[in-house]
Design a protein around this ligand. Structure first.
Ligand code: GAL
Length: 670
């Protein structure tokens, strides 16, 4: 079983923090490459991703192959002691392919077939694409499998970024095969989809189409199954490429870059992880998000959570502005360092950027890079070099694991379903709710793994489970076992409502969780935009309310007004050695914070005391523990530590972290 990165021999068995970027030398004249190599050395770069969008240069026509230029790039990288994360080059098809194989191009739900001219225009179910792409993979693996620079295979690129769903006839055929495997016979499908509603019943498989544009609301389970099918089709491409690579080069680890958390809504990543040796993620902060460092932390905790706590690779982030947001804000001084090291704190063993040198042409010419348009004599490149020096000092951290006693559970199926129509409220916004809980934990200096709902729960003392609406009874049993064995659980409104196929559990909400939570709800009473309800503990609720009837749960707060006035709003019940909380409205952030404090105390989650806006995360290794302190506030802070800061050499008992700065304190057992 290969390790996460197979570092070339010249690293002498030492494992550095991987530092680098996507390197796209094909966009530049060859004279530039020599300068690239020396600047990479200056910046401390040790790993670059090569070849992501190079298919058209590697196979310029259907008959011609040209690997000469890539040979020279890889040889030169090896000469400069820079390892390569080699992409399979299958992310974007050449124009000749899209022209010859029109049926391999994506079709929208309106039936429009897309044209060549952007990237990732291929249909995940296309046999022509599969065949052509595997030929590229085979040639890449045969040619470079033994190359001294090769450290890691990088399958495709952000699978599903632009082609998550295709509605073409080939997809329709694959969908039917997928459904036959899932349901066996049409009666089962008709029952699961509830097709006796609106005369939607199917009498032959051929009648089933992708959920293309139709007159009014489509069948919800038809639509949900299409999302699941589409995710499985992309997984199929990943599995085909990874399988071929493993057959040809078994000793080289394989990864692919995911897009957590945003793409998780449609892509069931927990079913992809068995195809990779290490989780890799791409993350870009949102210029419009005032607390974008919290969004970044969530993405990082999800990358770690998906890999069950193991270190992972940050495959892409940006040195400064991106090019695809409405306003592409440049990063503030220090933000580059804080962003990169926050990922590291949360378990990344690599911090790579998109991309090495800012493109001169093409859609991404205004995207930042390690070497900006201004060239190396720039503030940005100086920051890049300084980060490289920091990372060299942080090598001892590699392989250590981030300490996270809390699981924030994401049920991808429920997230996907929450984006469909015909729900009690269109305002639920799963991703905003996830962020609200996450932010409450972040503010309380509590580190959580953001985990899929099929993860191992036993690692955690406390599980927070927002809006797990589609829950089979067996899944509810797992939560009950967790609580009875001493775990603490927080469930929220619109949970346990229906089974995985959206068929509602009868007898009252929250259906599958009714007994565990000790309560029953007869109807949802969602709130209008701007509507606010007062609770008996002085807090406020928005978005949702429920007339909660307790069976054996204890009310902690009641609705004072609004559609659920006088009913309990927040409850708790003891079960076995643990306890289960229920929150039936969207609490204001102060109340959410208080609840998180209370629950964490009862779950006996160890706490770190630190000022507001100071991020503290601990990684623990066999020899030492590393406490990352990232000061997002505008005040300098002094924290008590018996240890040494790996970045400055400062040592305790008090380590000062200036406003905007980062410290990484190594503590060894005395
Ligand atoms: C990623 C992609 C890169 C580049 C980057 C720009 O989604 O993998 O190729 O496009 O975004 O931010």
């Amino acid at each position: 079983m290969p390790g996460p990165i197979r570092w070339p021999a010249w690293f002498g068995g030492q494992t550095p923090v991987a530092y680098g970027a996507d390197y796209n030398p094909e966009q530049w004249p060859e004279e530039t490459w020599a300068e690239d190599m020396s600047l990479m050395a200056e910046a401390g770069v040790n790993l670059v991703t090569v070849g992501v969008f190079a298919w058209a240069r590697l196979q310029p026509t259907p008959q011609d192959w040209d690997f000469g230029w890539l040979d020279r790039v890889l040889d030169s990288l090896a000469d400069h002691r820079i390892a390569v994360d080699l992409a399979t080059a299958t992310a974007s098809t050449p124009a000749w392919f899209t022209t010859r194989h029109r049926q391999a191009a994506l079709v929208t739900d309106q039936g429009v077939r897309l044209s060549h001219g952007s990237r990732q225009v291929w249909c995940p179910s296309s046999p022509d694409y599969r065949q052509a792409s595997l030929e590229v993979v085979e040639r890449m693996a045969s040619r470079y499998g033994d190359h001294p620079a090769l450290a890691l295979w990088h399958v495709s690129n952000e699978l599903g970024c632009h082609n998550a769903v295709c509605y073409c006839d080939q997809s329709a055929e694959s969908f039917r095969a997928w459904l036959q495997l899932r349901y066996g016979d049409l009666d089962n499908l008709n029952w699961a989809w509830g097709t006796d509603f609106w005369s939607q019943r199917y009498s032959a498989w051929e009648e089933i189409l992708p959920p293309r544009a139709t007159s009014s609301f489509g069948n919800p389970t038809h639509r949900l199954d299409y999302i699941r099918f589409s995710s499985d089709e992309l997984r199929g491409q990943l599995a085909a490429e990874a399988g071929l690579l493993r057959r040809l080069t078994p000793e080289v680890p394989v990864t692919t870059n995911l897009m957590l958390p945003s793409a998780w809504a449609d892509l069931d990543y927990s079913r992809w992880t068995d195809q990779v040796d290490v989780i890799a993620n791409d993350h870009y902060t949102d210029s419009a998000d005032r607390r974008r460092h919290v969004g970044l932390a969530l993405a990082a905790d999800a990358s770690r959570g998906l890999g069950q706590g193991r270190p992972w690779l940050l495959m892409e982030h940006s040195t400064s502005a991106v090019n695809w947001q409405p306003i592409n804000r440049a990063k503030a001084p220090g933000e580059l360092q804080r962003n990169s090291l926050a990922h590291l704190a949360r378990g990344a063993d690599a911090t790579l950027f998109f991309q090495w040198r800012a493109s001169q042409a093409g859609a991404e010419r205004h995207h930042s890079a390690m070497v900006p348009h201004a060239g190396p004599d720039s503030e940005l490149f100086r920051q890049v070099k300084s980060l490289g020096a920091d990372l060299a000092r942080l090598a001892p951290v590699v392989g250590s694991e981030t300490v996270a006693p809390i699981g924030l559970v994401v049920d991808q199926n429920s997230w996907a379903a929450s984006r469909l129509d015909c729900l009690p409220s269109s305002r639920l916004d799963f991703s905003a709710r996830l962020r609200a809980w996450y932010e409450a934990l972040w503010d309380a200096h509590l580190t959580c793994d953001v985990i899929p709902s099929n993860a191992d729960f036993d690692r955690y003392r406390l599980l927070i489970v927002p809006h797990w609406s589609l829950m089979d009874l067996a899944q509810a049993d797992r939560l009950r076992d967790f609580v009875e064995a001493g775990g603490h659980l927080v469930a929220t409104f619109f949970s346990g409502v229906a089974d995985a196929n959206q068929r509602v559990h009868l007898g009252g909400y929250p259906g599958a969780l009714r007994d565990l939570l000790g309560l029953r709800v007869e109807e949802f009473r969602p709130l209008l935009a701007g509507e606010e309800v007062n609770l008996s503990d002085g807090s406020k609720g928005t978005l949702w309310s429920e007339p909660v009837q307790v069976t054996d749960a204890t009310p902690l707060a009641r609705y004072l007004d609004g559609p659920s006035a006088s009913y309990p709003a927040v409850t708790v019940v003891r079960r076995g050695l643990g306890a289960a909380w229920y929150v039936s409205t969207q609490l204001d952030s102060a109340a959410l914070g208080e609840l998180v404090d209370q629950v964490a105390d009862q779950a006996q989650v160890p706490r770190i005391d630190a000022p507001a806006d100071v991020e503290i995360v601990v990684r623990r290794g066999p020899q030492a523990q590393y406490t990352f302190v990232i000061n997002h506030s505008e005040e300098d802070v002094g924290l008590r530590f018996n240890g040494v800061d790996l970045l400055t050499g400062d040592s305790g008992p008090v380590i000062v972290v200036p406003a905007g700065a980062v410290r990484v304190v190594e503590q060894r057992p005395s």
